[in-house]
Ligand binder design. Structure first.
Ligand code: NAD
Length: 328
């Protein structure tokens, strides 16, 4: 049996696309998910596939017991998380438990279990309000929420645990991810899922503030490809260098498109993708704590992983709207 890739949070939005990309690359995949926000339907395409095993369990639990008999693992992709910035502000200790403590425990277990590579879903939230846009990995990190702080702390822990335990760690700083299977009903949904759901329902899109705030919106299929490249680069030392020799530099790799999209521009693109009238937009007061601008530099991902985003916004929105239409 070939060594598996463990995908925590594999039943979630990004996780299920990651499973698809890893399977397409011929990998055996083990999913560990507590189904708190993930859904079994997201994995239904692999029902009966002996190369995809699904283990229900909490990453805060006894992972070694939960995964006994499912290894060995070549790599771990750690996506399971408390993903809401708002909830992290309301309950920072709960956020810390999942996003830092469980991540650290999982990394220690993975190294002891012989995994050679640990790929972690970090976030653009580590930057807070970036000093410069597009923001490079070398820029200061000043997170504005416990969520961002825990992601940054996890990067630092992984940066020292990897070399200490002989495991390569890669932290991917994901920007705003959108696409099929993002739950538009969640109160914590991204702006794209919320806009698409409202446009499809014939409701006006609400823009908080003047709509000139920008985001770097990356299609989920591109993110899954970046994750898969980070896993596969484990066998190509020349791509990532010998990361067992010292802490990886930089501590995180931006995964974005490099393109800044203003929220007003996004609203118009969503309405085009759904074929609805452009005037159906309302403005509401700006929300506290929202950053003004965000976009990634993309050179590090290109150099270290051979990754560049490929799906243009209009195409990504078209695919997402088509998926939503299928859901009825
Ligand atoms: N979506 C984005 O725009 C974005 C941006 C930056 C970073 N990220 C990170 O990417 C990762 C995946 O996010 P997503 O958008 O796919 O969210 P998601 O909620 O769809 O996926 C998270 C998955 O983890 C599972 N999970 C949560 N807590 C768990 C626990 N304690 N034990 C086991 N499983 C658990 C959930 O059931 C779900 O399947 C997260 O780490 C998130 O912080 C996402």
């Amino acid at each position: 049996m070939n060594d598996a890739v463990l995908v925590t949070g594999g039943a979630g939005f990004i996780g299920s696309h990651t499973v698809a990309t890893l399977r397409a690359a011929g990998r055996r995949v083990v999913v560990l998910d507590d189904f708190s926000t993930g859904r079994r339907e997201n994995l239904s395409e692999w029902t009966g596939d002996p190369q995809v095993e699904v283990v229900e369990g909490d990453v805060r639990g006894e992972v070694g017991l939960l995964l006994a008999g499912h290894g060995p693992f070549a790599a771990v992709v750690h996506l399971a998380a408390q993903t809401s910035v708002v909830r992290s502000i309301a309950a920072p200790i709960d956020d810390l438990d999942v996003n830092l403590r469980a991540t650290t425990r999982l990394a220690l277990w993975a190294a002891a279990a012989g995994a050679r590579r640990f790929v972690f879903a970090s976030s653009a939230a580590v930057y807070g309000e970036p000093c410069r846009v597009p923001v490079a990995e070398s820029e200061p990190t000043t997170p504005l929420s416990p969520y961002g702080a825990a992601k940054r702390a996890a990067e630092l822990y992984l940066g020292c645990l990897g070399p200490l335990h002989g495991m390569q760690t890669v932290c991917l700083r994901l920007f705003n991810v959108y696409g099929p299977r993002q739950d538009p009903k969640s109160p914590y949904s991204g702006v794209v899922a919320t806009f698409l759901a409202r446009a499809r329902a014939g409701e006006p899109l609400t823009i908080f503030g003047d709509g000139e705030q920008t985001r770097d919106l990356i299609y989920v299929g591109d993110v899954a490809r970046a994750i898969c490249l980070a896993v596969e680069a484990g066998s190509k030392e020349h791509v990532l260098g010998d990361m067992t020799a010292g802490p990886p530099e930089p501590a995180g790799i931006n995964i974005g498109t490099g393109r800044e999209v203003a929220v007003v521009e996004l609203a118009a693109a969503v309405q085009r993708a759904c074929g609805v009238k452009a005037e159906a937009i309302t403005f509401a007061p700006a929300r506290a704590g929202e950053i003004a601008r965000s976009a990634a530099t993309t050179d590090t991902a290109a150099e270290m992983l051979g990754f560049r985003a490929e799906v243009e916004l209009d195409e990504g929105l078209r695919r997402t709207a088509a998926w939503l239409a299928e859901q009825g």
